[in-house]
Design a binder for this molecule. Structure first.
Ligand code: ADP
Length: 400
């Protein structure tokens, strides 16, 4: 039973083909620069070297055709015929308040996702293009949508509402939605499994820290708060996003600099965070290196990140009435021992104690807290594609 998982960006299409009889990945790849000069596909059949092909790819429909060709290729492909493909799962960023779980894609679902475009103008159009491309090429294949916002739909009103007049929520649905839900879901479940405890019995804080970062409070298996909000901008400082700022700073800066909303959003999304503070890079590795070489702004950027995450952990422990498990995931969370140590230091008062030797591990499921640490601290590499493949199997196939 083979399931294809697709994650479309505005100029990219990532894919993974799973054999769901044993959840193994048969092939994966990335189409880049869709609609731009220099488009290419990088395809990897598991166990073989990657192949790169440069070719004209004018839109997502063409991109999907190129993916299909790669999957059917005699040498590097993994399918003899497209009939072997049982279903397709899509990562979709925003489902508004409409879906609190994954769903079979129907015309009604497509309409609902189109309605969410104003809420996620950078992401939903690309995700929809992926759905249209698959529908065009394989009109009868079952397709499932898995949403970044879905897991956070369990947040209570006191966590998701903003203190602006209520009618703006009614009129425009302005509220905290949260993102990276599939990742927070996966790593919280996996952490509970690794510890041999039911997820329902645990208060967990999950730290998804990559180019984009979000922290979530997962109580009894349900998301009760998260640091990203109406958009993926707030929370801790990220590669190029500012994280939390005083909202009045925005109109102040716009006025001082004589710039419009679009230019202001660009500054907050693309020129801020680690890059904006350090002036060096959006990549934490470069920032760490510069800090080690005595660059004080790089050190400040690093400190801001650790301090921000630490404050979220403390506030979410308060929100949940305690903390049992702390999980680190994604590029920074999985790989940077220094980030994990920087974040956890000073949290000993709440029962967080990490073992420096165990903390040296990278990108491997590991308990990095000391034996006597009351709070268990774990690295859990995230696997959003596997969650999408599992949900697709459950919804498209098992319920037929
Ligand atoms: P995305 O949010 O784009 O999926 P990732 O989860 O792949 O990003 O995270 C990418 C980030 O992870 C990089 O920008 C880099 O800052 C960080 N990173 C990866 N490896 C390391 C490392 N060894 N040390 C510190 N940071 C790392």
């Amino acid at each position: 039973m083979k399931i294809l998982v697709i994650n479309c960006g505005s100029s990219s299409l990532k894919y993974q083909l799973f054999d769901m009889t044993d959840e193994s990945v048969l092939a994966k790849g990335l189409v880049e620069r869709i609609g731009i000069e220099g488009a290419r596909i990088k395809h990897t059949r598991t166990g073989m070297d990657s192949v790169i092909k440069n070719t004209d790819i004018s839109n997502h429909k063409v991109a999907f055709k190129v993916v299909v060709e790669a999957l059917l290729d005699e040498k590097h492909g993994v399918l003899k015929s497209l009939d072997e493909l049982a279903a397709v799962g899509h990562r979709v960023v925003h489902a508004g308040e409409k879906y609190a779980g994954s769903v079979m894609i129907t015309q009604d679902v497509i309409n609902a996702l189109e309605e969410c475009v104003p809420l996620a103008p950078l992401h939903n159009p690309a995700n929809l293009m992926g759905i249209y491309a698959v529908t065009d090429a394989l009109p009868n294949i079952p397709q499932v949508g898995v949403f970044d916002t879905a897991f956070h739909q369990t947040m209570p009103g006191c966590a998701y509402m903003y203190g602006v007049p209520y009618h703006y929520y009614e009129k425009y649905k302005v509220r905290r939605y949260g993102f990276h839900g599939t990742s927070h879901f996966y790593v919280s479940r996996r952490a509970a499994e690794i510890l041999g405890k039911p997820v329902e019995s645990l208060n967990i804080v999950t730290c998804h820290m990559g180019n984009g970062s979000s922290i979530a409070a997962v109580k009894g298996g349900k998301s009760v708060d998260t640091s990203m909000g109406f958009s993926p901008l707030p929370g801790v400082i990220m590669g190029t996003r500012s994280g939390d700022v005083d909202p009045l700073l925005i109109s102040f800066l716009a006025e001082q600099e004589g710039i419009d909303n679009k230019a202001m959003s660009h500054i907050l999304n693309k020129e801020s965070g680690l890059l904006g503070i350090s002036g060096i890079s959006s990549d934490l590795r470069d920032v760490e290196e510069a800090a080690d070489n005595g660059n004080s702004r790089a050190k400040l950027a690093e400190d801001m990140l650790y301090y921000g995450v630490k404050k979220y952990i403390g506030s979410y422990a308060a929100a949940m009435g305690g903390l049992d498990v702390l999980v680190f995931t994604a590029g920074i969370g999985e790989n940077s021992a220094r980030a994990r140590e920087g974040i956890c230091s000073g949290l000993e008062f709440m029962g967080v104690k990490i073992d420096r030797e165990k903390n040296k591990v990278r990108a491997k499921e590991t308990v990095i807290s000391t034996e006597d640490s009351r709070v268990k601290v774990l690295i859990v590499p995230t696997d959003e594609e596997l969650v999408i493949a599992r949900d697709t199997k459950k919804i498209a196939l098992d319920r037929r």
